[in-house]
Write a protein that binds this ligand. Structure first.
Ligand code: CP
Length: 338
């Protein structure tokens, strides 16, 4: 049985299906707080160290928002050049220092394995907000949570899912983590669509096959896919040796309403971890899909707050006490779900 309290969240490998169900159950209970129907002070006095040494919008802000919604405070550092890492300080020393200022730490760093290295020096739990091309476990959990909700709305579960993953499957850490989590389920069909140079790492393909799932690898977004989920990704240009190298692939797999209608079922759910590259030469997920009811990208971002609230509550051992510290919302609020 997975023990959450006091433990780091570094990799999806530490989750089994029971642990995932627990996270999702707690995430469900966070909805009234995220919708500002009520608020809680359960983490009053607690401090999150939100350390983002690589660019981020939604992961950084949603970690902070999730902690604030539980009543806690957030201290941040953003960018490598603004931190003492730029002066040669080790991850170990940084962790020793900052864990003295915080009750829990969320961290993103451009090097694979760096968050685990940092955690070795930390005196408080550390949550991985993305380490290079390696993993993005909280994104994978919110993606899976979204898949479960979307499937439930069609009266279906995750077992038997048919998923197409498109784009940069080599450097895209979200597809690595999501694939590993999906391997815990039964009878899935993965269709991996990417240029050969950006294909899914072989160890993850092996994991998919070893778990008994069907695997199709192709370079073409053509023919009719029976995908339930189309998971589009961005070319991770920041991980390429040069911008010119990245530009060879940007715009190769565009998805717009016309292509969607041609290649996918009318009920296929469109997901993307975001940010989508909306510049003309890439435009991997066209704005003309914004009115498509199966576009789940903003439901994903909303779900991210719920899942991160659940992880904070579980890791700090307050998941059963949240409503004991309820307060009314006394300002105008008309938030709905995306
Ligand atoms: N999905 C994701 O990690 O987005 P950010 O880079 O904006 O955090």
């Amino acid at each position: 049985m997975t023990v959450f309290t006091g433990n780091h969240v570094l990799s999806v490998g530490q989750f089994d299906r029971d642990a995932i169900e627990k996270v999702f159950m707690v995430a469900d209970s966070m909805l009234p707080y995220a919708l500002r129907k009520k608020r809680t002070q359960v983490l009053d006095g607690a401090i999150l160290g939100n350390l983002f040494f690589e660019a981020s919008t939604r992961t950084r802000v949603s970690f902070g928002t999730a902690f604030n919604l539980l009543g806690g405070e957030v201290r941040e550092t953003t960018g490598m050049s603004n931190s003492a890492l730029a002066k040669g300080e080790s991850l170990y020393d940084t962790a020793r220092v900052l864990s003295g200022y915080s009750d829990i730490i969320a961290m993103r760093h451009p090097q694979a394995g760096s968050v685990a290295e940092f955690a070795e020096g930390s005196r408080v739990p550390v949550i991985n907000g993305g380490d290079g091309a390696n993993e993005h476990p909280t994104q994978a959990l919110l993606d899976l949570y979204t898949i479960e909700k979307e499937r439930k709305s069609h009266g279906e579960g995750i077992d038997g899912l048919n998923i197409a993953m498109i784009g940069d499957l080599k450097y895209g850490r979200t597809v690595h983590s999501l694939s590993k989590l999906l391997c815990l389920y039964k009878n899935l069909h993965f269709t991996l669509i990417s240029p050969a140079e950006l294909s899914m790492p072989s160890e993850i393909c092996d994991m998919i096959v070893d778990a008994g799932h069907q695997l199709t690898i192709t370079e073409q977004l053509e023919g009719s896919f029976d995908a339930d989920i189309c998971y589009q990704t961005r070319i991770q240009e920041e991980r390429f040796p040069s911008q010119d190298e990245a530009n060879k692939f940007r715009g190769k797999f565009r998805l717009n309403q016309q292509i969607y209608t041609k290649h996918f079922q009318s009920k296929t759910v469109i997901m993307h971890p975001l940010p989508r590259d909306s510049r003309a030469e890439a435009n991997e997920l066209d704005n003309d899909l914004n009115l498509n009811p199966n576009l789940a990208i903003f439901r994903q971002t909303d779900n991210g707050v719920l899942v991160r609230m659940a992880l904070f509550a579980l890791t700090l051992g307050v998941e059963d006490k949240v409503s004991d510290f309820d307060r009314p919302v006394h300002w105008y609020s008309n938030k709905g779900q995306s």
